[in-house]
Design a protein around this ligand. Structure first.
Ligand code: SAH
Length: 348
């Protein structure tokens, strides 16, 4: 057991069962014992697209630069990333866009990141960035933003439909062991937008923090121009239990080692589109998005400089990012544009 487990148990003993969202928030974000506060998890517990291949950040950088050119190259803008991890994506994006005239001179890099350990890693990768705890303090100017595997780390609540209403998943204490439970049914009106597509026994997940974050980004992009590219694993409307824990690259019991395993849930892209209103693009699978941005010619160009194991690893990385059996289909991409008819690269 972990020190954080003792704290969470004491909290439940005091106040009763807690929601999954409260449990996730404690596990991931506790200021001293939380998962992201205490470690750099990349490679050890999981691996993300920018850590798999430099092509991911390069292509996103070029997509943003193209969107900036399409909007008349505003001469001062925020180049933002939410949850930048090690800063690898932004470093690759900046390197790939060095040749775009005026782009670097106009860009100010802003990172939204709460983990001090990861802020330090990001400062090494991108020395002149500025940091924020949330999107609400970003400057008021055109906003070009990337979020890769950010929303899957935000706490979720889980509800199971049962005749009389929705029962919420809780974390309770049974014989001094953290155990999943269900509340009594709350009225069906609680999730009125999911009544048509669900029946008894179906489970729905919601991310309470998501609408305000997407709303803030959308307001800025609509007012000042810009674009957002949001990439994550998930699908259109959550259905079923996607709450999971990863440790050492393998699934583990999410209640077994609070603060020591990564906790995530799939992202509901319909919730993003709804919060962004008219200006969300269609949702596209990651493999399709990267093909549209030209990952194959870029992969072929890089392959010419490689031999042996390095070439094999590069070919495997290309496949991993794009193939439907790997990340190509499980991960999706959605954009936010200033108006419904502003095209965004890769997203139509
Ligand atoms: N985008 C990176 C990292 C993904 S991991 C990559 O693709 O490699 C999730 C990132 O989001 C981490 O940097 C984590 O510290 C950060 N994060 C998680 N929840 C956050 C929150 N509520 N506010 C700000 N950053 C958060």
């Amino acid at each position: 057991m972990t020190a954080l487990a003792d704290l969470i148990k004491a909290r439940i003993a005091r106040q009763g069962p807690i929601t999954l969202a409260d449990y996730m928030a404690d596990c991931l974000m506790h200021p001293t014992l939380g998962y992201y506060a205490t470690r750099d998890p990349f490679g050890a517990d999981f691996i993300t697209a920018p850590e798999i291949s430099q092509m991911f950040g390069e292509l996103l950088g070029l997509a943003i630069a193209q969107a900036w050119l399409d909007q008349g190259s505003p001469d001062s803008f925020t180049l933002a990333e939410l949850g930048p991890g090690r800063g690898t994506l932004m470093a690759d994006a900046l390197r790939a866009t060095r040749g775009v005239p005026g782009f670097h001179a106009a860009a100010q890099v802003h990172f939204v990141e709460t983990s001090p350990v990861l802020r330090a890693a990001q400062a090494k990768a991108v020395p002149d960035a500025q940091w924020h705890d949330s999107v609400t303090t970003l400057p008021d100017q055109p906003l070009f933003l990337i979020a890769n595997e950010f929303f899957d780390a935000l706490p979720i609540r889980q509800f199971t439909r049962d005749g009389r209403g929705w029962r919420e998943t809780t974390v309770a204490l049974v014989d001094d062991t953290l155990t999943l439970g269900l509340t009594a049914a709350a009225p069906l009106g609680l999730l009125s937008h999911r009544l048509e597509d669900t029946g008894d026994g179906d489970m729905v997940e919601i991310c309470p923090a998501l609408p305000a974050i997407i709303g803030d980004i959308t307001t800025r992009i609509t007012a000042h121009g810009g674009a957002a590219f949001i990439i994550d694993y998930g699908d259109w409307q959550s259905k079923g239990d996607t709450f999971q824990a990863l440790q050492a690259n393998a699934p583990v019991d999410p209640l077994a080692t609070p603060g020591a395993a990564d906790l995530t849930a799939h992202v509901d892209f319909a919730a993003i589109a709804q919060a962004a209103g008219q200006t969300a693009t269609p949702m596209v699978p990651q493999g399709v998005f990267l093909e549209r941005l030209g990952i194959t010619p870029r992969a072929q160009q890089l392959a010419q400089t490689l031999t042996g194991d390095a070439l094999d690893a590069h070919v495997a990385a290309h496949r991993r990012l794009t193939h439907p059996d790997e990340m190509g289909h499980l991960f999706k991409v959605i954009g936010i544009a200033p108006t419904a008819d502003t095209p965004l690269p890769g997203l139509v």
